[in-house]
Design a protein around this ligand. Structure first.
Ligand SMILES: Cc1cc2nc3c(=O)[nH]c(=O)nc-3n(C[C@H](O)[C@H](O)[C@H](O)COP(=O)(O)OP(=O)(O)OC[C@H]3O[C@@H](n4cnc5c(N)ncnc54)[C@H](O)[C@@H]3O)c2cc1C
Length: 485
């Protein structure tokens, strides 16, 4: 029987990120993906990346690959307001316009370099788990064995359903038809508003026309070219000679979240764990960030560095983040209705969120830069993302993010840890003496006191902050990176 330490169901952005993170951490992980080729159908859904996702790729040394293929822009929007983050203290105070198929191609190339194993053209059909592992059945009849199975298999997740994890939330109220097609006549480019909703026609690569049309009434099921033609005529009075669809699909505003991200040896991430309408463009981003939160924890449990209960922090940290995204997308759907009163409400909300304080709060949340995991009381850095500072180390100038390329924890000593002996954790945690003379600033929070040391998890979040003494550093190292050797 084929065995892997971790099997990942689904090779979308979430599954690929998790495959990379586990591989970087030295775990034997493999991805099972139904699509026989790297360019899967519907791969151009998401229009881009938010700032924190660009930072995550920067922490792994691959941000330039994405930046060189897309267009940086202010992409955070709520209702009708554009929330500018160009004054945020990050190396990437913008988002990136880059279609999902391109993002996935760059990720797939990276996974090839890391030699992540893919089983293509098969899907997970079920599994049975016991205390020692999971037997995973595939559509070709083969059974594979793994210590852990992670469902990154999208909204209709077989893994989630087989595990019997409830997916609770709201049923759809509206639907949208999306397509990539050819048109023999010049279409009405740009946005249009009608009593049934907002519609958009835009230019894709190589003369392809991209459409997102609000269905006049809630519809389900895969649309046909004829449905598309009829919807275009109802909105624009013409179907502009629509033909040769590359891809036709429909999405709706169903909003649901898995009640648990883990059932013993089975975990969920990405769309398998949460779905919401794409307003605000956050789904792919939080899926990638789920994977980065889970990867190092799962690796430490598999490698017996940490006890299994480290995995419980994955649900505890990531479930509230997606719950907030679900809430802001539901609110955005409500402001998209086109009756006069809802439009007035949308305008008032847009004015409010454009004010400086609300803009910073909401933009920090939607860009992912404001994520705050609850590690208890303490310095504002605790549980927040470590800024990418320009450090001076004994080995020369280094950016903080460059120290995280291998996805290993980092202890930075700014002079306050003279007597601390890192030796019992030195096999897991990299330690650097560093100097930093600039301002310490966090998005939406502003300036914070300079710490004397920080312990940074592989996902870039600060697990311990030194404030002049070494109190609790050994506890923090043990909590996050296992007992002393
Ligand atoms: C119109 C539209 C626009 C969007 N715009 C944005 C945006 O601008 N920004 C943004 O961040 N997000 C956006 N999203 C959301 C984004 O596309 C998803 O959140 C993202 O694709 C989720 O990634 P994932 O890897 O979790 O799941 P998916 O991308 O759904 O990948 C799941 C994978 O699992 C595979 N799979 C399915 N069943 C099985 C099985 N049984 N066994 C093994 N594998 C299986 C599938 O083939 C697929 O490859 C948009 C979505 C839509 C519909």
């Amino acid at each position: 029987m084929t065995e892997h330490e971790v099997l990942i169901a689904g090779g979308g952005p979430t599954g690929m990120m998790l495959g990379a993170e586990l591989t970087l951490a030295g775990v034997d992980a493999a991805i099972v993906e139904p699509s026989a080729t790297r360019d899967r159908e519907g791969g151009s859904r998401a229009g881009g990346l938010h700032s924190r996702t660009i930072e995550v790729f920067d922490m792994r040394g691959i941000a330039d690959r994405f930046l060189s293929q897309g267009q940086t822009a202010q992409v955070v929007r709520f209702a009708n307001a554009s929330l500018d983050i160009s004054d945020f203290p990050t190396r990437h105070p913008y988002g990136l316009a880059l279609f999902q198929n391109r993002t996935e191609r760059i990720m797939a190339d990276w996974l090839d370099e890391l030699h992540v194993k893919f089983y293509r053209g098969r899907e997970v059909t079920g599994f049975v788990q016991n205390d020692s592992g999971v037997d995973v059945t595939l559509s070709d009849g083969e059974t594979m064995r793994a210590q852990y199975l992670v469902g990154c298999d999208g909204a209709r997740s077989v893994v989630r359903k087989t595990a019997g994890i409830d997916f609770v939330g709201s049923d759809p109220t509206m639907s949208w038809l999306i397509a990539e097609v050819q048109m023999s006549e010049e279409p009405a480019w740009g946005f249009r508003e009608t009593p049934t909703g907002f519609h958009a026609i835009g230019r894709g690569d190589n003369g392809v026309v991209r459409l997102a049309l609000t269905d006049p009434v809630l519809k389900t099921g895969k649309p046909t070219l004829r449905d598309l033609s009829e919807t275009l005529i109802a909105i624009y009075g013409s179907d502009f000679g629509v033909n040769s669809p590359n891809w036709l699909s429909r999405f709706n505003d169903a909003t649901r979240q898995a009640v648990a991200y883990r059932d013993r040896r089975v975990l969920l991430a990405g769309d398998a764990a949460h779905i919401h309408p794409p307003l605000g463009g956050q789904g792919l981003n939080i899926g990638v960030q789920d994977a980065v939160n889970l990867g190092w924890k799962l690796a430490q449990v598999v490698r017996r560095i940490s006890p299994e209960n480290l995995l419980d922090t994955y649900h505890a940290e990531r479930h509230p983040i997606a719950a907030r995204v679900l809430k802001n997308t539901m609110a955005q759907v409500a402001t998209r209705r086109t009756d006069d009163r809802t439009k007035a409400l949308g305008e008032v909300i847009s004015e409010v969120v454009s004010m400086d304080g609300p803009r910073k709060q909401l933009a920090a949340e939607m860009s992912g830069l404001g994520v705050h995991y609850d590690f208890g009381e303490g310095h504002p850095l605790l549980g927040r993302r470590m800024p990418d500072l320009d450090l001076i180390t004994p080995g020369g100038p280094r950016r903080v993010f460059s120290l995280l390329h291998d996805a290993r924890p980092v202890l930075l000593n700014f002079g306050g840890l003279a007597a601390f002996d890192i030796t019992p954790w030195a096999d897991r945690v990299q330690s650097f003496d560093a100097k930093y003379d600039g301002k310490w600033e966090l998005p939406a929070i502003g300036a914070v006191a300079a710490p004397t040391g920080v312990l940074i998890r592989p996902d870039g979040y600060v697990a311990w902050v030194g404030e002049g003494k070494e109190a609790r550093l050994a506890d923090a190292l043990t909590t996050w990176f296992g007992p002393p050797a």
